[in-house]
Structures are given as structure tokens and as C-alpha cells.
Design a protein around this ligand. Structure first.
Ligand code: FES
Ligand SMILES: [Fe+2]
Length: 342
């Protein structure tokens, strides 16, 4: 039987520091959507401990920068908005949406003020349909390469991501290590036990519920137990893009939710999920799905927080994995261990 990762990896601050540097910094992270970006406009986010501002100029060009002032390090922009410039609140240095330093009060009194060299530091930003991603690492691979077969699998299901409209963002802090939250996402062995409503909707039996991996992508497919003519999507698709991105597509009407699993501390995780729906989906259907998903999310919170408490006791060194039902966890763990050089 395959073992889990050593439990010390879920509680040790030094382990998290290495994960930040070797796993999260080089990765692409979902940060928001094009609906947050007027032309011109911006929104701020954070990837791998790096404050980032994403901008779109009046010609539609998408860019990203380290959101730290080149003067003395104040964070430049906050929130989101529609404007042509970003102004630091400390001494009012003003940057264009292209990152260039436009104006620094009293700079004309400085001999040889190197204005051209004091623009915001760029980070990689790109998008898949309405979904905006950023990477703060040096030389990230192209986003299309990082996404692998994800866009093709979603298209194959019959979902056109460009037609989706953002509905709302759900946010939560969870008292568990980010890997426990990720591993919980990667198996449905617990579904029949812990998610009765979900298992009534989706066939989670081992025969019907299909698990697959493709590079950094892990996918779970589950058919609807009862398909009606109104159901445009007959199957659920739950994707996990290593290291920490979850994407949920429920059966029924056009829908997708996407969001990262972000470590705050060895035993604390931040999650957000942006919900998108097709333009013609009835509000009633949306409300039902959100209520349903909230309930599943709450059931999962109790589970992962229970795991963290058990692991943190320090009484056991590791657990074991079921070879079929937990194969996606084994895949997650081998990618994680390899990235850490262990
Ligand atoms: S720190 Fe930004 S203007 Fe001084
Ligand atoms: Fe669950």
C-alpha cells in the first residue's frame, strides 16, 4: 500500500517556506477575471506572497506588475477600479497602466532623475477566456502550456468559457494545511459517507466515477444520476491543476467555478471561488447550485480541519492511500515531493 506524505510536511513552517519557493512561486495562479477589468482598469491580488496589480489599458492590453512602489516600497494600488494611472498613496508617485513612472513630485529638482528606470517591475499575466492568471516566478512557462488539456476537456463537455458571466465570489479561511485541502478535493472516496446530497445528484460509485491524470492535471468525471432534457451538461467535471487550482463544473446548466487553495500558515488556508454561469441560466437554478455547493463546502471544511487536528497530534508518521480511489492523491504527492527534491 502506498503511503501518504510524512505528516511532518503538513505542520512544519520550514516545509511551507520551501513549498512557497519551489512550488507556488514558479506556478501560474488564477487571480480574477476580465469582468473586473474595465478598459482602462486594474485589480490587485497576491500570488506566492507577492503583491500583484493586473491592468488593462484602453486598447485592451493585459499586463501585470509587482504592486510595490519603486520609491520606498509602499504598496501602490488597492482594490480594483477603472482609471488610467496608479498612484502610490505615500508620496504620490504615479505610474501608467503600462507600469511606466509618469510623475514623481519634485523629481525635476533631482539631478539626473532616472525616471525611465523606475517603472513597476513586470510579472507574467495571461488569460484563458475570461479567467486571468499571473505568475510571479522567473521565466514561467507559457500559460497555454501550463493549462495542458484543461481547455480542451472543458470544451469537449460542451461548455464555452467565453460565454460565461461572473456571478459571485465565495471566500473562506480553513484551519488546515493547503495540501490536506487539495487532497480532499482529489478524492470522492469520502463522498458517499460525507456528502449525501452530492451523491444523490452525481453517481459517485467506483464504476461510474472516473479518475484520470494528464501531466499536472487531475480530473474527476461523474455522471448525473437522472438526466432531464434541460440538462445541457450531462456530467460533472472536477479538475485540479497542480499545485493548487480547483475547477468545478456541475452537471445541468452552463456553470463553472474556479479558484486557488492558498497557504497562509502550515495550518491555515485561504480559498476563494469565482462562480460563472451561462447568460441564460435561471436565477433559481443558480441559487440552488450555490446553496448546494455551500453545503458540500461546509461538509469538507469539517473533514479537513479534523484531519489537521489528527495529524498535528504528532502521534502518527504517515497514513496510507487506497490504490484506485485515491490515485489522484498519489499523483499530487509525487509531483509535490519531486518539486521539493525529495
Ligand atoms: S513609497 Fe511610493 S511614493 Fe513614496
Ligand atoms: Fe468533499
Amino acid at each position: 500500500m502506498e503511503k501518504t506524505l510524512p505528516y511532518g510536511w503538513y505542520t512544519d513552517p520550514e516545509n511551507l517556506r520551501q513549498e512557497q519557493e519551489r512550488i507556488l512561486l514558479p506556478a501560474w495562479h488564477y487571480v480574477g477575471h476580465t469582468g473586473q477589468l474595465a478598459e482602462p482598469g486594474y485589480f490587485v491580488t497576491e500570488v506566492a506572497h507577492t503583491p500583484v496589480v493586473v491592468t488593462r489599458d484602453r486598447y485592451g492590453a493585459l499586463r501585470g506588475f509587482v504592486n510595490v512602489c519603486r520609491h520606498r516600497g509602499h504598496v501602490v494600488a488597492s482594490g480594483e477600479g477603472s482609471r488610467e494611472t496608479l498612484q502610490c498613496p505615500y508620496h504620490a508617485w504615479t505610474y501608467g497602466l503600462d507600469g511606466r513612472l509618469r510623475k514623481a513630485p519634485r523629481s525635476e529638482e533631482e539631478p539626473d532623475f532616472p525616471q525611465d528606470e523606475l517603472g513597476l517591475v513586470p510579472v507574467a499575466v495571461d488569460r484563458w477566456g475570461p479567467f486571468v492568471f499571473a505568475s510571479a516566478g522567473p521565466d514561467p512557462e507559457p500559460l497555454a502550456q501550463a493549462l495542458g488539456s484543461l481547455p480542451a476537456q472543458v470544451a469537449e463537455l460542451g461548455l464555452d468559457v467565453d460565454s460565461l458571466i461572473h456571478h459571485s465570489r465565495w471566500e473562506a479561511e480553513i484551519a488546515a494545511n493547503w495540501k490536506i485541502v487539495s487532497e480532499n478535493f482529489l478524492e470522492c472516496y469520502h463522498c458517499q459517507v460525507a456528502h449525501p446530497a452530492f451523491s444523490e445528484l452525481v453517481d459517485t460509485s467506483p464504476e461510474a466515477y472516473v479518475l484520470s491524470t494528464d501531466g499536472h492535471l487531475s480530473t474527476q468525471h461523474g455522471p448525473l444520476r437522472t438526466v432531464t432534457p434541460a440538462d445541457e451538461l450531462p456530467r460533472a467535471q472536477f479538475h485540479f491543476l497542480w499545485p493548487n487550482l480547483g475547477i468545478n463544473i456541475f452537471p445541468g446548466r452552463p456553470n463553472l467555478s474556479i479558484g486557488p487553495i492558498v497557504p497562509l500558515a502550515p495550518d491555515r488556508t485561504y480559498r476563494f471561488l469565482d462562480y460563472f454561469f451561462g447568460p441564460d441560466v435561471e436565477p433559481r437554478w443558480i441559487d440552488d447550485l450555490l446553496a448546494f455547493d455551500d453545503q458540500v463546502g461546509e461538509e469538507d471544511r469539517v473533514l479537513v480541519e479534523g484531519v489537521q487536528r489528527g495529524i498535528a497530534s504528532g502521534r502518527l508518521d504517515h497514513g496510507v492511500l487506497m490504490s484506485h480511489s485515491e490515485q489522484l492523491i498519489a499523483h499530487f504527492q509525487s509531483l509535490t515531493a519531486a518539486a521539493l527534491g525529495r
